[in-house]
Every structure is written in C-alpha cells, then in structure tokens.
Design a protein around this ligand. Sequence first.
Ligand code: NAD
Length: 297
Amino acid sequence: MTATRIDGKAFAARLRERVGEHAASFEKATARKAGLAVVLVGEDAASQVYVGAKGKATLAANMASFEHRLPSDATSEALMTLVQQLNEDDSVDGILVQLPLPDHLDEQSIIAAISPDKDVDGFHVINAGRLSVGQAGFVPCTPLGCMMLLTDRLGDLSGLEAVVIGRSNIVGKPMAQLLLDANATVTIAHSRTKDLAAVVRRADIVVAAVGRPQMIGKDWLKDGATVIDVGINRLPPEPGKEKGKLVGDVAFDEASEVAAAITPVPGGVGPMTIAVLLRNTLVAAHRNAGLEAPADL
Ligand code: NAD
C-alpha cells in the first residue's frame, strides 16, 4: 500500500479562506473587525517569527491584529496589567500570550488571567474543563486542527481504535478528549508506556505528539492506519549544510508503505495551527457579539 498524503497545507489554506470570507461578513454585520491580540515577551527568535506570521495571517483573514511586545525583563505585574486591559477592550476578541515566557514569569498564572472567553489558544483551565465536560469553549489549535484533518479523511470515527502518543496539556490530552467525544476508543501512550510499539500497532488512528525524530517506523503500524504526525524535529545538518532537515515523529517514507493515509512534516499538521487560531478568533468574535458562529468554521 502507498499511503495517501494528507495535505494539511491545502486544507489550512481553504479554512483560512473561509475564515476571511466570514470575517468580512462579520465586519458588515457589526461595523467592526474581529480582533486578535498577540503578546510577545522578550526576544526569542522562534517566537518572533511565530508572532509575525500570526499577525500577517490575521490581517490576511480580514481581521484586526494587535501586537504587544514587552521587554524580556518585563514584570509579572506589567504583563498582568496588559492582559487585563486586553480583557476589557471590546475590539479584542482573542488574546494569545506567546509561549514560552521568560523564566521569571509564571505561565500558568498569566494564562489564568486571560478571560476564558478570549482564550483562543484554549489553554485556560476553564476551557480545559469545558472540553472535558463537553461544553462549548475553546479547544487548543493544534489538536483541533488534527481532528479536522481526521474527520475530513475518515468521516465518522465511532468505534475506531485511536492511540495518542504524548500527554501534554496543549496537544496529547485535548487530542484524546476530542477523539473520545467522537466516539473513538482512545489510548493515551507516553514515556512510561510499556511496549509502545504493540500499543500503537492496535490503532486505526495514530496521533504522534512526542518530539522524537522518526521514532515511529512501519513495524509499529497496523495495515491501513491513518497517521497524524504532530512532531516537529530538526535533524542535525548534513555536511556542508547550515540547517538540518525538519522531520516528524514518524518515519514518513517507510510508514507510507503501511498506512492508508499520513500527514507529512512539513506541510501536514503545522499549517493547521494558525488556521485554527484564526478560526477560534472569529468564533470568539461571534460569541462576544451575541451572534451564532458560521457552521462551516
Ligand atoms: P511535550 O514535550 O510537552 O510532550 C511530549 C510528550 O511525549 C510527553 O507527554 C511524553 O510523555 C511523551 N514522550 C516523551 N518521550 C516518549 C517516548 N520515548 N515514548 C512515548 N512517549 C514519549 O511536547 P508537546 O508540546 O506536546 O509537543 C510534541 C511535539 O509536537 C513536539 O515535536 C512539538 O514541536 C510538536 N508540536 C507541533 C505543533 C504544530 O503546530 N504542528 C504544535 C505543538 C507541538
């Protein structure tokens, strides 16, 4: 079998286009743009790139982008004050504090200060709780993006065996919850799981969110499995090259011999994350305006 390549990049582009169209209708209906505020503390190079990309994508989707940059020695009070101002600002529908924060700032207490109704990253404990009891809230962007790719590919997931590898609060746990809500039979595997290969081999759906390059080979996969690779890992550079290649947690070429469908890295899950962030922001804007969010978001 040669697996179908799940084109997350194309799916994300279509989602961004729908968000852009609905955002234009939102502006017509409410006489204001939906708005996303992104807060960056410090000079972390990767974070600067992410924040820049989020700002550009927000503008391209007909929404307002508010960027706030604080110095790396910003105090917790200064950051809390800013978050409070954004909570109270009616032109801001979504607030995202770019992680990681400098060591002297406590991420959990900063996230807790964001209004849960503007927490478009879905990291607030209220939103984790809402997800766990099945109430409408905000779901973290990466797992929600994975779920969109899975349902687009497989339709009804009822009764399928799903194995999520990784149990982080931002990927593994919410991913497992979403699969459970879709009536899959879910196993969460992690660093202490015994005989991980045997566990993964049971799965109709494998979601890998570990951060170990090409850990999952073809021997770990059941024939016809659908594989979602969340991992983003950089291999050491080849001689003469400055940067190593980006790979996922799955050995893509060999896994493609066994799987029915698989996301590549790059071009799979990665592009979904920003697209879902825009989607969550527009959903927040509708809720904040007392409107029903469009069904195809
Ligand atoms: P994390 O480090 O918080 O969690 C990793 C998880 O993997 C842990 O729960 C741990 O138990 C598990 N693990 C570690 N070693 C293992 C092993 N040998 N066997 C089985 N399980 C093991 O990471 P995270 O934030 O959940 O991210 C996971 C990966 O996904 C990283 O590569 C990250 O870069 C990537 N990621 C990608 C996106 C995206 O937009 N595509 C978003 C978030 C994270």
